[in-house]
Write a protein that binds this ligand. Structure first.
Ligand SMILES: [Zn+2]
Length: 506
């Protein structure tokens, strides 16, 4: 088992911010900085101080707010002016870092930098030397091989340059997949090569963009190949399709048994806040944080998810939602759903139901879902009330009334034939059973249960919901319910619902 702790380097305030349609101001950056400290990332890249005065001042301010655990990093091109500004901006942090970079990929050196490789190498070494001369003993220097992902054909040159950059004073070497162009394995193999070639005390970092949607995979596998510092952004913000999404890598490593030094429970709230502050919405199928990413709609999935909902692993989901501070795992009912979903939805809505009842009302709810699509909970509970509390059949209660203590009158119809029978027994329920028996409809009560209801149900104030389990001569046992403001009337309504129900089973 891998016991190396990952080191999360967040670039939301630099790489994420630079790609926003409306970059954050100082006040907004302070707010996000706070979120990052709460989430517990180990390093925050606060900005690119050389880019403009506002960024310089923001970096200066955030550096002064940092605690003594968190590395505060400023980005600088491999030029003296940028490095000086980066240093000035972050020097008051408890743990300052200058992060300088240059491209070593053949394509970029030739067409973008328009320089010979040896000249580029010299710029890299000089930049690191200069940064190291400024940073002091509490700080350190990070060097990034911009476009490392494209350094497929010149790895000996890259490794040679990195060895000299390390000699010059860089202690973290970052290998960015600046543009994700090919397969993760191609990148990860070269990360592994750098890990083996550089001294053991050098921290290897990866910085993966998500152009082909594989930044999480590439980062996770790079970690197992020896990269310790993992760079990304909250909500996967960043240029084009964004950066590696820190939540996904954190959870993936957690699931692999790695000790992840982040407050994972902060993830969901952080994600919602970042979406609001950045103006970049979370798409509903986004892994872990998408609104719909914990919904189950097919009957098979619902059945598995419900049976295992209190387990940490659980069927048909990557994590228990509480791991990332969510409590909204959802069972949505469509025509693809099944009885377990109905059972769960009614119970979650606060109403009593048995699995036998769920099976019974499933066809009516499925029929509605075929027409409407996913049914809102209220729609489902409406059908539940209709199918459970107003069961149609040959029996119809007209009136139930007390004559004297121990004597009750039951007026009802059976197939339109009227009955008016007096039943005798101590309580109203047993007196009604007696009356039904006299009229030729004997019933046996197995179990009786009173459910107290607070407030309103279906717009009627109700204080009694009766559940009866009954056996009839045909051998059937059913659960039937009645709803009324009077307990006695609720019991009698339950009995009559049961009579119709049993009639339907014959
Ligand atoms: Zn980047």
């Amino acid at each position: 088992m891998n016991t190396r702790k990952p080191f999360f380097f967040d670039s939301t305030l630099r790489d994420g911010n630079q790609a926003l349609k409306k970059p954050w101001n100082l006040k907004e950056k302070e707010f996000i900085f706070d979120l990052l400290l709460k989430l517990g990332v180990q390093a925050v890249e606060v900005g690119f101080p050389g880019s403009c005065d506002m960024d310089f001042e923001t970096c200066q301010k955030l550096a002064s707010l940092a605690n003594d655990k968190t590395v505060v990093c400023g980005l600088a091109r491999a030029v003296e002016r940028d490095i000086n500004l980066a240093y000035d901006a972050i020097k008051n942090a408890k743990k300052p870092r200058i992060h300088t970079f240059i491209a070593l990929a053949p394509f970029n050196m030739k067409y973008v930098l328009q320089k010979e490789p040896d000249d580029v190498k010299k710029l890299a070494i000089d930049a690191v030397k200069h940064a190291k001369s400024l940073i002091g003993e509490n700080g350190d220097v990070q060097f990034s091989v911009e476009h490392f992902g494209d350094c497929i054909d010149n790895m000996p040159f890259v490794i040679d340059t990195l060895k000299e950059v390390v000699e010059a004073g860089a202690t973290t070497i970052n290998l960015p997949n600046t543009v994700e162009r090919t397969n993760p394995m191609n990148f990860v193999k070269r990360v592994s090569q750098v890990v083996q070639e550089l001294p053991e005390n050098i921290i290897i970092a990866v910085h993966c963009h998500n152009d082909l949607g594989m930044a999480t995979a590439t980062t996770v596998e790079s970690y197992f190949a020896g990269a310790t510092q993992l760079e990304g952004c909250l909500n996967g913000l960043g240029e084009r399709a964004g950066n590696m999404n820190i939540y996904e890598v954190a959870v993936a490593l957690h699931n692999c048994g790695v000790d992840v030094p982040l407050n994972l429970k902060e993830i969901y709230e952080t994600a919602l806040t970042i979406a609001e502050k950045s103006g970049v919405p979370i798409y509903e199928k986004a892994p872990l944080i998408g609104l719909d990413s914990l919904a189950h709609r097919s009957g098979i999935h619902q059945d598995g998810a419900i049976k295992t909902k209190d387990m940490e692993k659980g069927a048909y989901r990557p994590i228990h939602p509480s791991l990332i501070g969510r409590d909204d795992e959802k069972v949505g009912f469509t025509s693809q759903s099944g009885k377990t979903a109905i059972y769960e939805i009614i119970k979650t809505a606060g109403y009593p139901i048995t699995m036998e009842e769920a099976i019974r009302i499933t066809p009516a709810i499925k029929e509605a879902a075929e027409k409407v699509g996913e049914l809102p909970t209220r729609y489902i509970t409406d059908i539940y009330f209709k199918e459970v509390f107003k069961i149609k059949g040959p029996f119809e209660l007209i009136k139930f009334s007390k004559i004297t203590d121990g004597k009750f009158r039951v007026e009802f119809k059976h197939n339109n034939k009227k009955y008016n029978v007096v039943g005798e027994d101590n309580g109203p329920l047993s007196a009604c059973l007696n009356a039904l028996s006299k009229a030729g409809f004997p019933q046996k009560l197995i179990h009786y249960e009173q459910v107290a209801i607070d407030g309103e149900i279906k717009g009627v104030s109700a204080d009694a919901m009766t559940g009866l389990k009954r056996e009839v001569p045909t051998g059937h046992v059913v659960t039937c319910r009645g709803l009324h403001t009077s307990t006695a009337q609720a019991n009698i309504l339950a009995l009559f619902n049961g009579l119709n129900l049993i009639e339907g089973l014959k």
